[in-house]
Design a protein around this ligand. Structure first.
Ligand code: F6P
Length: 341
């Protein structure tokens, strides 16, 4: 079998572990040939690739980023994108393509699959918002980074009697905010799923100071917005690929809370540090299992499917189903966090 693998969209700790696992399972156990496309879909569309053997994937398990590179380019961006991809798959004699990516990448994978290409998807995102899988690799690492940052920020917040508003990633969902906020014992958690009321948030933080506490930590997901009419708010715009370019919820919240509380407030934006560096053991294991199962699915001819974690098992789910909706934070999960704020 000849397999093509690519990593597309925002990078995420664990991508290299999947690539390594695909190569080991395919080359060593099945005697397959594996090629890796450079910079995600761009590599497939421009036929830019290299052969991946055991040497190529040596020593990459614990390395962050992706040895193949990534980009936001998608087949749908080109008028003849699907036809180009189909042509290159035929020219290269590929029997299977394994795209590793998040929401946008999996939508592109589904499009190509519906056009008849042999696709087995692997979900990744630190945001943990892909439906059909309990967890995506990268999430555990990102939550760990955010939690460590929150722990550290507590001591400086306390020294200065400040309110620190810490912005974590999460364009559409608040999984990182919820988990890191719970793990670090934040005093308020703000997620996109529940537009916040600035009056209620001020009261929650204010109560801490009235109770004699010297500081407060608010964790906010970058995509969080106020309830309509609650406060003036600049959402921002879009980047060249149509992705949100947020104006900065933490910055705006810090101005508003400082004014309302009469306490010094500072925004802290964690940003891409949450995506960088070495994956946790949990993410390495999940990524390795996804890679193994993607190769097996390809050998069974199970195309148009995606690897997923259900409980402790890896199962295959239809790509079409996985890209239908995002996995948002349910009200009950938020209530569990709220009770310990
Ligand atoms: O991977 C998803 C994500 O982490 C989002 O939470 C965030 O909005 C986005 O990536 C930012 O990615 P980039 O700046 O690379 O476009």
């Amino acid at each position: 079998m000849r397999i093509g693998v690519l990593t597309s969209g925002g990078d995420c700790p664990g991508l290299n572990a999947v690539i390594r696992s695909v190569v080991h399972r395919a080359v060593v156990d099945h005697g397959d040939e594996v090629i890796g496309f450079h910079d995600g879909w761009r590599g497939l569309l421009e036929c830019d690739y290299r052969k991946l053997d055991l040497d190529a994937v040596g020593g990459i398990l614990a390395r962050g980023g992706t040895i193949l590179g990534s980009s936001r380019v998608q087949p749908a961006h080109l008028r003849d994108g699907v036809e180009r991809a189909r042509g290159h798959v035929a020219d290269l004699g590929l029997d299977a393509i394994i795209p590793i990516g998040g929401e946008g990448t999996l939508k592109a994978a589904n499009l190509l699959s519906e056009a008849g290409l042999p696709i087995v998807g692997v979900p990744k995102t630190i945001d943990n918002d892909i439906a059909s899988t309990d967890v995506t690799f990268g999430f555990d690492t990102a939550v760990g980074v955010a939690t460590e940052a929150l722990d550290r920020l507590k001591t400086t917040a306390e020294s200065h009697q400040r309110v620190l508003i810490v912005e974590v990633m999460g364009r559409h969902t608040g999984w990182i905010a919820l988990h890191s906020g719970m793990a670090a014992g934040a005093h308020a958690i703000v997620v996109p799923e529940r537009p916040f009321d600035i009056g209620e948030l001020t009261e929650l933080v204010g109560k801490r100071f009235s109770a004699g506490k010297r500081f407060a930590i608010v964790v906010v997901a970058e995509g969080a917005k106020p309830r309509e009419g609650s406060m003036e708010f600049d959402i921002g715009g879009k980047d060249m690929y149509g992705h949100e370019r947020f104006a900065g919820v933490a910055r705006q919240l810090s101005v508003e809370l400082e004014e309302r509380l009469g306490k010094e407030a500072r925004p802290v934006i964690l940003g891409h540090v949450q995506r960088g560096g070495t994956p946790t053991a949990y993410d390495r294991v999940l990524a390795t299992r996804f890679g193994w199962h993607a190769v097996e699915a390809a050998h069974r001819g199970e195309f148009g499917m995606m690897t997923a974690l259900r409980g402790t098992d890896i199962v295959m789910v239809p790509l079409a189903e996985a890209v239908e909706t995002l996995k948002t934070v349910p009200g009950e999960r938020y209530a569990e966090a709220e009770c310990v704020l």
